[in-house]
Every structure is written in C-alpha cells, then in structure tokens.
Write a protein that binds this ligand. Structure first.
Ligand code: SAH
Ligand code: SF4
Length: 351
C-alpha cells in the first residue's frame, strides 16, 4: 500500500483520515491543512504544532508531494514553464505568467488531451490520464513556494486559469474541488472571479458545471464562427454544434448570472476573415459575454498560420461594432513553447 497523498483529500476527507487512520482528533486535520495550503509546507517535521508522535505517524502513512520538478524554462518575457513528473512516470506542464500586477498560474487538469483540436500541440499527445485532485493542487503549492522563495514570504498567486493541458470538464469533480480549495479561506484564498476554467465545449458538462460550481469563471473555446469552420478545427463540434453549445451557454449565463468568456483563435484565412468576424459578432451580440481573441501560436500543422497584424485589426474593427467586450490575448512565453496551445511532452515509453 502506497502512502496517502494528503493534497488529494478535501477538508472532510482529511478529517476522516486523521480520525480513522491516525486515531487523532479531528482538529489536527485543520492544522495539517493550514500547513500544507497556507504555508505550503511539505515537510511534516516542520509542522511545529503537531507533536512528535503525530509527525512520525504522518511520515509512515502520508505524503504531501507526489510530483517532482523535471525542468523549468524561463522565457525572456518572465513567463516560466515547469515540466512536472508524476509517480507513474508521466510528465505534464504548468506555466506561471507574471505581469506588473498579477501572478497567474496556468494549470493542467489532464496528462495529454482527447479532444484532438487541430491547432493544439497538446492534442498530439493523445489522452493519457486525468490528474488526481492532489496532482492539481500540488501545482498551486509548487508555484506558491516558488513565488515565496523569489519574491518574499507574502507572495501569492493572484489568478489561476485551467488552460494548461487537458479538457477540465472531463475531470470535472477534481477540477471543481481544486477550485474550492483555491478559493477557500483555509486554502489559497483566491477570489472566485480570479479562477477561470476553460472548456472546448462539452455541452452536458457545461450544464453540470453551472450547478456544481456556479461562482467560478467559465471560458468556452469557440474558435470557429460557423459549424463548417469549427468542425474542421475542433472535432468536438461534430458532437455538439454551435447551436447546442449556445443553448448550454445561455443556460449557464441564466443560472449563474456570470458573464461568459468566449475564446476565439485567429487563424489566417480560416477563422480570421471579415465574414467570420460578422458571424462571431452575431453570436456574441445580446449575450452576457466577452470575447478573448487569441492569435494562433504556430504548431506542427503548416497549413495553419497566424494572421497578419492588418488582418487582425480588420477583424477586431468589425467585432468591436458589437455590444460586448473584445480583448486580444498577447502570447506569453512563446520562445519556450509556453503560450496557448503549445504545451506538449514528446511521448516516451514508461519502463
Ligand atoms: N482544453 C481547454 C483549455 C486549454 S487551451 C480548452 O480547449 O478550452 C486554452 C485556450 O488556448 C483555448 O481557448 C484554446 O482554444 C487555445 N489554443 C489552443 N491551441 C492554440 C494555439 N495553437 N494558438 C492559440 N491558442 C490556442
Ligand atoms: Fe485539448 Fe484544449 Fe488542446 Fe483542444 S485546445 S486539444 S481541448 S487542450
């Protein structure tokens, strides 16, 4: 039997573990949780208020860490990308994106991805497995530790985006619990509107998410302005087309009262044409939404190219006639393949 990874246990489950497995009173769970999440301490021996006996028991039965840092790459723009290795020998990535005022962490929810979007390097890995709750939360711990070592003991993450590897809605329960831990007072204390989950458009899961986690931010990767174009770059559109997706989007908006973000990738001659801009404007009009435009970061497929600056400006000009907000996402860390859609680990055989 392996040791229990304590970051995989939510508040309740940690309490149960402490009582049932360690034979300790439940308040110990609160102390352990505070050490692990608020102080991002990984060494039981340094959890000074636990007592020697309990520390011994914890060392025998439990773990605070199951990931090891395989590498870190630093972009000229300050973006940093980590390759993290799991106990079963898989590698996935997370990206820390600093700005003047923010410390945003882009986390993975899966190793690889099953969705097969043609513009995305992660898709080339295929789907390997879901990350556990503990593996998701350990990303927040590792990044926070890094910030504190570099910027001082008060440093903390300001924003978290589930835009790394994987389709978060295919790991819904773990992602929802991780969001709760990020937000919790006895967790990382990050505001709900600073936590964003991005989905390729798994329609039934969007409905489920609206019930399960209505207070966090949701982004939907639209990426095509009509079904022909969207299906040609996102196979998921053949299962749930734009109409079905918009039904779910409207339900989400109504149920949660949240403003929805539509992400829209700009590909030369494909998604970035004046006709597409008009179609997209029609889709977004009269919806409580904003549009994030993401110029394509080049991947493996030579037929997909980013548009010129003039083409982007022309597209934006049409879109901005609408009654919704339009933002352009600037690529961060392209020199280290850390930008949107560039995360991928060359497949290797596990011995
Ligand atoms: N799997 C989730 C979240 C990760 S991708 C999803 O697809 O929504 C985060 C955003 O990056 C998505 O909107 C996706 O469409 C976009 N993206 C993927 N590959 C890209 C690329 N090569 N260039 C620019 N954006 C890309
Ligand atoms: Fe998966 Fe998102 Fe990449 Fe599509 S864009 S393959 S859903 S990670």
């Amino acid at each position: 039997m392996g040791k229990m990874h304590l970051l995989s246990l939510d508040r309740e489950a940690l309490g149960d573990f402490v009582v049932a497995e360690l034979g300790e009173p439940r308040f110990r769970a609160r102390q352990i949780r505070e050490w692990m999440l608020r102080h991002v301490e990984t060494d039981f021996g340094r959890m000074t208020n636990l007592g020697k006996k309990l520390v011994e028991k914890l060392n025998e039965t439990a773990d605070t860490s199951v990931l090891s840092i395989k590498s870190r790459q630093d972009s000229v723009d300050g973006t940093r990308k980590w390759a993290l290795e799991t106990r079963d020998g898989h590698v996935f990535e997370m990206v820390l994106i600093p700005t003047e005022t923010r410390r945003s962490l882009c986390v993975s929810s899966q190793i690889g991805c099953a969705m097969g979007c043609t513009f995305c390097r992660t898709a080339t890995m295929g789907f390997i497995r879901n990350l556990t709750l503990g593996e998701i939360i350990e990303q927040f711990v590792l990044a926070t530790r890094f910030l504190r070592e570099n910027e001082g003991p008060e440093a903390r993450l300001s924003n978290v985006i589930f835009m790394g590897m994987g389709e978060p809605m295919h790991n819904l329960e773990n992602v929802a619990k991780a969001c709760e831990t990020l937000n919790a007072e006895d967790g990382f204390g990050i505001g709900k509107n600073h936590i964003t989950v991005s989905t390729s458009g798994i329609v039934p899961r969007i409905r489920e998410w609206a019930q399960r986690a209505p207070d966090f931010k949701l982004a939907i990767s639209l990426n095509g302005s009509n079904d022909t174009i969207r299906s040609s770059v996102m196979p998921v559109n053949k299962r749930w087309n734009i109409e079905a997706l918009m039904d779910a989007a409207d339900e989400y908006i109504q149920l949660t009262g949240q403003k929805l973000t539509f992400e829209y990738i700009l590909i030369q001659g494909k998604t970035c044409t004046p006709e597409s801009a008009r179609e997209l404007r029609r889709i977004a009009s009269h919806r409580h939404c904003k549009i994030n435009l993401i110029p394509l970061n080049k991947g493996e497929d030579p037929s997909l190219q980013p548009p010129s600056e003039e083409e982007i400006l022309a597209f934006e000009a049409i879109l901005k006639q609408g009654d919704f907000e339009v933002l352009r996402r600037r690529p961060r860390g392209p020199d280290i393949l850390a930008a949107c859609g560039q995360l991928a680990i060359p497949l290797k055989k596990v011995a």
